[in-house]
Design a protein around this ligand. Structure first.
Ligand code: ABU
Length: 496
């Protein structure tokens, strides 16, 4: 029997059975959550406005610690109000689903509770990183090279930026801004993830020097515009040095044409980065990899987030470099208290000195375990299945043109559309109707959240008013869930 935290390990040396009892109670709660997550009759969320939610929760930090039973109850109520992102009807984010093998990996990771900066304290995990990242580079098409797991795609893109600047201006590390005689300029499409622009702000270029290259009607960068904008800045004496191509844009799922962009980077000696945080998973698919990712092997660096299409638990984000040695040369600070060179093992495995952070979370085990379970073929099958489901949804939308307006044929798992309520079905499609559809979109989303039966994201984009962006990246989704999605939207929104 347990009462207080002092009744379990380590404070009570004889507290093993009480520790087990406490943890098993927590695991029971987790199992219940997993069961509900996969129950199509259960709600995805129990929505409450923040002030009402606050009233349901006892969030205050007490002066005197509460009982362990209270902690078990705290765990229970926390999950009661958590959005079930693994529910088959959660289509809201790029990361959907709950891969249970990967989750088991995350449980083990939490238990091991180590830091990834040195081999000294994470020997097995460091070797796993080595093997998995090498395999990912092979799949990209790099020979050799180097990689690192980073806290999210945005920071992965930042690592690429830093490595590119270091490659071209190695003195920057020691001499700073004055080592570069001129204005650095970077390029990215107007559909890119905002983190690319953030690199310009964070790294001293200023966002005005992150040039947005126009994209075509499908959201793909226009290479001739990229070249024009490079020449335009060169004519002003600026120094173009970095191009970000996106493989799977956040909203439309568009793929920039990598081969022509690589040709331009080669011609003007610019670093080519591919932000494949979202679309990278399609590298597994022989059916869908080409033409979308053709040319990725010509990039200098690639961001690829397994926590998106591959379903690895959050978070798991990787960045890969064609050239080995750059990461360490760029970021090494040789902290003597951590990265001693006279340790008893090969210190190249102390990967912590390759990054700008110090502590690094263990994001590898959950991916390694998942990959062991599925095999590389399993990931290929998953990609093909997610694409098949997305195409199924497109067909269903097209079959009901009165109720749904497909915005464009998707290149991947982003299905973008407007829902059309009854009163607007007889109106011809026009800018005016789009404006009205854009107004009802957030109202319908609100109804979904109140009902708790469905979650689909929405946003405006350029001159398009709010529209739904449906993401199919969960292995739990079936054709029946897509049928439900469309019927449920109509049930909730027909009278708007
Ligand atoms: N770039 C982070 C993912 C955003 C999303 O889930 O839509």
């Amino acid at each position: 029997m347990f009462v207080l935290f002092s009744d379990i390990l380590p404070l009570d040396e004889n507290g093993l059975s009480a520790t087990r009892e406490f943890l098993l109670k927590v695991v029971e709660i987790l199992m219940e959550y997993i069961k509900e997550t996969h129950d199509r009759q259960a709600k995805i969320l129990e929505f409450k406005h923040p002030a009402d939610m606050r009233k349901q929760l006892e969030l205050d930090l007490p002066d005197t610690g509460v009982t362990l039973q209270q902690l078990v109850d705290d765990c229970s109520i926390t999950l009661k109000y958590q959005v079930r992102t693994g529910h088959p009807r959660f289509f809201n984010q790029l990361s959907c689903g709950l891969d249970l093998v990967s989750m088991a990996g995350e449980w083990l990771t939490a238990t091991a509770n180590t830091n990834m900066f040195t081999y000294e304290i994470a020997p097995v995990f460091i070797l796993m990183e080595h093997v998995v990242l090498q395999r990912m580079r092979e799949i990209i098409g790099f020979t050799g090279g180097d990689s690192i797991l980073a806290p999210g795609g945005s920071i992965s893109n930042l690592y690429a930026f830093l490595a590119a600047r270091h490659k071209m201006f190695p003195d920057y590390k020691s001499r700073g801004l004055h080592s570069i005689r001129g204005q650095l300029v970077m390029y990215t499409s107007d559909q890119c993830h905002y983190s690319v622009k953030s690199c310009a702000a964070v790294c001293g270029l200023g966002t005005d020097n992150c040039v947005e290259v126009p994209s075509d009607e499908r959201g793909r960068m226009i290479p001739s515009e990229l070249e024009r904008l490079i020449l335009e800045r060169k004519s002003r004496g600026h120094i173009p040095f970095f191009v970000n191509a996106t493989a799977g844009t956040t909203v439309l799922g568009a793929f920039d044409p990598l081969e022509p962009i690589a040709d331009i980077c080669q011609k003007y000696k610019l670093w080519m980065h591919v932000d494949a945080a979202w679309g990278g998973g399609l590298l597994f698919s022989r059916k869908h990899r080409h033409p979308r990712l053709t040319g990725i092997e010509r990039a200098d660096s690639v961001t690829w987030n397994p926590h998106k299409l591959m379903g690895t638990l959050l978070q798991c984000s990787t960045v890969h470099f064609k050239e080995d040695g750059l990461l360490i040369s760029c970021n090494q600070m040789s902290a003597e208290y951590l990265f001693m060179q006279d340790k008893l093992y090969d210190v190249q495995y102390d990967t912590g000195d390759k990054v700008i952070q110090c502590g690094r979370h263990n994001d590898i085990f959950k991916l390694w375990l998942q990959w062991r379970a599925k095999g590389t073929e399993g990931f290929e099958k998953l990609m093909d299945r997610l694409m098949e489901l997305s195409q199924y949804m497109v067909r269903k939308i097209k079959a009901q043109p009165d109720k749904y307006y497909l915005i464009l044929e998707p290149e991947m798992m982003n299905v973008s559309f407007w829902y059309v309520p009854t009163r607007m079905r007889s109106m011809a499609h026009s800018r005016e109707r789009e404006k009205l559809l854009g107004q009802i979109t957030p109202v319908l989303k609100g109804r979904m959240m109140q009902a708790g039966t469905l979650m689909v994201g929405y946003q405006p984009l350029d001159d398009r008013p709010n529209f739904f962006r449906n993401i199919i990246s969960s292995a739990a989704v079936t054709e029946k869930d897509i049928d439900f999605l469309l019927a449920e939207m109509d049930r909730l929104g027909h009278d708007l």
